[in-house]
Design a protein around this ligand. Structure first.
Ligand SMILES: [Zn+2]
Length: 59
């Protein structure tokens, strides 16, 4: 667990392994979606980021 990079008062289990920053549920977003990331295949942030995008398109 760590503190969200944008919300220092919030604890979150989600960490960007590439940038080594934590992100809370509200902030979950890949910082460099366009470029290669070796952590991506195991990245929960990327997974949720993709899911959110799909929902935006649908709704
Ligand atoms: Zn946050």
């Amino acid at each position: 667990m760590g503190k969200c990079v944008n919300h220092p008062d919030r604890d979150t289990p989600f960490i960007c392994m590439k940038h080594e920053v934590y992100m809370c549920g509200e902030c979950l977003k890949c910082r460099d979606p366009e470029i290669y990331c070796k952590f991506r295949s195991a990245c929960p942030i990327w997974f949720i980021h993709k899911q959110k995008k799909r929902e935006e398109k649908a709704g």
